[in-house]
Design a protein around this ligand. Structure first.
Ligand code: LMR
Length: 349
């Protein structure tokens, strides 16, 4: 009898073990994504997306939408956490943080990328793009390809160009209509050599401050003016600290969405594809909506009555372009023939 019980127990254990370790008839377990970067969260990937602007701007909205799409497309296996308003890092510090895998996605302004890779200065040549269509042609054509190829040498993987809008000039001292009007004014700019030199050529005083510091340096009079898109000027309240605005569209402020190349390629291919798919959808959305958002901000600024606004005319633009020709002479060489030929092609179209 004892023998029979022992045999039955063995049979039962055998059957149960076979059931759990599988003879192929049980439900397959869900695939487990192994997160080598983030110990403890070994069931899914957590990607930290850092940026410096407000959530109600083109970039802020796009980043949130991207996070939601990635979650949907990967059934929650890839979670993108967005950190806006420079909560984690200022724009220039984001590059190192990305290479250390402290963060996983960034979308710095193109001018910020030019500090790392001087070819990107091409996007900061004054009046290089006359309208949004030219900007899109640059992003989607050979110029965009060459810039992403070039940034690849720094270990960065470019996944999209995001739109914001053209930059406008604001200040507290006087209306700026002609190049002479800007002489002597101190102006906050992003850390791009071409932007710094643009103001030097005009005999103004360019000053470098991070985006987070702009409101303070404007409100305390440390600088007289600044340049930015209407969405940034409105969402960060810069317009409340300034008296004059020139709608000049003198440079385009766009973004490069970048990941650490090594990190990106360690993700399972399915997740890489989902990220790219989500990114493409958001980029298309932004293309259609960034101008609408900036136009809405212009309307709000106009209605606030806070600023005296001058709309630059075509004949005024010609005078400014002429005054800024030395920037093309100097930076054309630094940017290199290949990109400059593409710029000339684009402008000739
Ligand atoms: C800046 O002025 O630094 C901004 O352009 C920041 C941004 O990312 O739009």
């Amino acid at each position: 009898m004892k023998g029979l019980i022992t045999i039955c127990s063995f049979l039962l254990v055998g059957i149960l073990t076979a059931y759990y370790i599988g003879f192929g008839f049980q439900e397959q377990p869900k695939p487990r994504a192994i997160d080598k970067e983030l110990e403890g969260l070994n069931e899914k990937y957590l990607l930290r997306f850092s940026h410096v602007v407000a959530e109600n701007t083109p970039k802020g909205l796009a980043a949130s939408m991207f996070a939601q799409l990635v979650r949907e497309k990967t059934d929650g296996w890839v979670e993108v956490q967005v950190f806006p308003n420079a909560m984690l890092y200022e724009a220039q510090d984001e590059f190192d943080a990305l290479m250390r895998n402290d963060i996983h996605i960034i979308a710095p302004a193109l001018s910020e990328v030019s500090v790392l890779d001087r070819k990107w200065l091409v996007m900061d040549l004054p009046y290089v793009f006359q309208n949004e269509q030219m900007v899109e042609a640059a992003f989607n054509g050979r110029i965009g390809e060459l810039l992403f190829e070039s940034i690849g040498d720094y270990g960065l993987h470019g996944i999209a160009f995001w739109d914001n809008g053209f930059k406008q000039f604001t200040n507290n001292i006087r209306p700026v209509v002609e190049p002479e009007d800007i002489k002597g004014l101190s102006v906050r700019v992003m850390p791009s050599e071409a932007l710094v030199d643009t103001y030097r050529v005009l005999d103004a005083k360019p000053r470098l401050f991070s985006f987070n510091e702009v409101y303070n340096v404007l409100s305390t009079g440390i600088v007289d003016g600044t340049e930015n898109t209407l969405s940034n000027i409105y969402s960060k309240g810069f317009y409340r600290q300034q008296k004059y605005m020139t709608v000049s569209n003198h440079n385009y402020l766009g973004y490069a969405v970048l990941m650490n190349s090594n990190f990106f390629h360690t993700l399972p291919v399915d997740y890489q594809n989902s990220i790219i798919e989500a990114m493409n959808e958001v980029t298309m959305w932004l293309r259609e909506h960034s101008k609408v958002i900036n136009d809405e901000m212009l309307y709000r600024i106009e209605n606030s009555g806070q600023l005296e606004i001058h709309y630059q005319t075509e004949s005024e633009k010609k005078i400014w372009r002429q005054a800024l020709k030395p920037i093309y002479d100097k930076y054309g060489q630094i940017i290199g023939d290949e990109l400059m030929k593409e710029v000339i092609k684009l402008q000739g179209k």
